[in-house]
Design a protein around this ligand. Structure first.
Ligand code: SF4
Length: 241
C-alpha cells in the first residue's frame, strides 16, 4: 500500500504487478518506468521488473487499514491481464467484498476480458470499475464496461491522444480526463477536452479534469473554463463485515 499523488484517489494497492502493452495509451507506461526503478532499488516485489506477478501477501493488506480509504487497485499492473488467473482475480474481489468500508477503484484496458469474466465476480457496492480510453480506436471498451454489474462505472480518458466526440455515456457515472506528461508527451487539444466536458454535462455524468499534462505538468495545471473540475460519484461506505 502506498499514498498516491494521483488526484482522484487516496492510495494505491497492488496485489499484482507487471503488464504488457495493449494500445497507444501504453506507449509511455508509468508502471513500466516505475517497476524498473523499484527493481534497481532492490524492492523484492519488483525483482522480476515488469513481468506479470501475483502477490498473495498483498491480499492481507486492506484488512489492516484502520480508516476508510479510497484505493486505486493495481496502479502497477492491469488486473484483467490474460496472465492473471481468474482464481486470483476472484481472490482480489473477495478482499474487496470483505472490506466494504473502503472504496476500490479498478481500472483496466483489458475490457474484453472484463466482459468475459464479470459474471464470475461478486460486485459489491464499494467496487468502482473503470476502463481507459485514450482515443476512438478503443472506444468499444466503454460498451464492455457497461455490461458489468459494477455500481459505479468510470472512464479514464488519459492520456487523451485523440478526440472522442460521440461517446455513449449511458450508464456511465464518472469521466476523468488527463493529458500526457513526461519527456515527450503527445499533445492534447483543448477542444477535445471542452467537448468531453460538454458531453458529460449533457449526460449528467461527473467530470474530473486531472491535468493538461505536457513537459511541465505542474505549470500547465488543471484549469479548464477558468475553474477546476473535481466531480466524483458519491462515496457510500459501509461497516466492515
Ligand atoms: S495496460 Fe496499463 S499497466 Fe499495462 S502496459 Fe498499458 S499502461 Fe502500462
Amino acid at each position: 500500500m502506498a499514498q498516491s499523488s494521483i488526484e482522484w484517489t487516496e492510495m494505491t494497492w497492488n496485489p499484482t504487478t507487471g503488464c504488457t502493452k495493449v494500445s497507444q495509451g501504453c506507449k509511455f507506461c508509468y508502471a513500466e518506468i516505475m517497476s524498473k526503478r523499484l527493481q534497481a532499488m532492490g524492492v523484492e516485489k519488483y525483482k522480476d521488473n515488469f513481468e506479470v506477478r501475483t502477490h498473495e501477501d498483498a491480499l492481507k493488506t486492506p484488512y489492516t487499514w484502520k480508516k476508510s480509504k479510497v484505493v486505486f487497485v493495481n496502479s502497477m499492473s492491469d488486473l484483467f491481464h490474460e496472465k492473471i488467473p481468474l482464481e486470483f482475480i476472484q481472490k482480489v474481489f473477495k478482499v474487496m467484498n470483505e472490506n466494504p468500508q473502503h472504496v476500490f477503484q479498478v481500472l483496466t484496458k483489458r475490457a474484453e476480458r472484463l466482459k468475459e469474466l464479470h459474471q464470475k465476480l461478486k460486485w459489491t457496492h464499494n467496487i468502482w470499475m473503470g476502463v481507459s480510453v485514450e482515443e476512438q480506436e478503443v472506444e468499444n471498451r466503454i460498451d464492455f464496461l457497461r455490461e458489468t454489474n459494477a455500481r459505479v462505472k468510470f472512464l479514464s480518458l488519459e492520456p487523451l491522444i485523440g478526440p472522442l466526440p460521440n461517446m455513449n455515456l449511458d450508464n456511465i457515472d464518472w469521466v476523468i480526463v488527463g493529458g500526457e506528461s513526461g519527456h515527450n508527451p503527445r499533445p492534447m487539444d483543448a477542444d477535445w477536452v471542452l467537448n468531453i466536458q460538454e458531453q458529460c454535462e449533457k449526460a449528467d455524468v461527473a467530470f474530473f479534469f486531472k491535468q493538461w499534462g505536457g513537459k511541465n505538468k505542474k505549470k500547465n495545471g488543471r484549469i479548464l473554463n477558468g475553474r477546476t473540475y473535481d466531480e466524483m460519484p458519491e462515496i457510500e461506505l459501509q461497516h466492515s463485515v
